[in-house]
Design a protein around this ligand. Structure first.
Ligand SMILES: [Zn+2]
Length: 108
């Protein structure tokens, strides 16, 4: 078991849970972090001194907007066909270089 870097308590550390838990939370092990999740939330909290830390990028656990393009078979394509195809794909992925808004819509 880890101990708190501030007060050295080894039983004060709780893993912070964000969002609504599915059921009763074991308060010996967890602390509720609230339902507002930012990109850089502490994942550990000490209930003895209030220390919070061990920041982790929680992004990877969240659903991200992913733009998917259907890949065609490049078999039998000539070099210039491949070139065209790559440009077309790139255009789809980047919305013709304009990118995507945060809500997933193409930028205008
Ligand atoms: Zn502490």
């Amino acid at each position: 078991m880890k101990s708190c870097p501030t007060c050295n308590s080894s039983n004060g550390l709780r893993k912070i849970i964000y969002g609504m838990p599915d059921g009763p939370v074991d308060e010996e092990r967890y602390a509720i972090g609230g339902c507002c999740v930012s990109d850089n939330d502490p994942t550990l909290k000490c209930v003895e001194c209030g220390w919070k830390g061990e920041f982790k990028n929680s992004n990877k656990d969240k659903k991200k907007v992913v733009h998917v393009v259907e890949l065609e078979s490049t078999e039998g394509m000539s070099d210039s066909d491949l070139d065209e195809y790559a440009k077309k794909l790139w255009g789809k992925l980047t919305n013709d270089g304009k990118g995507w808004s945060d809500n997933g819509d193409p930028k205008r």
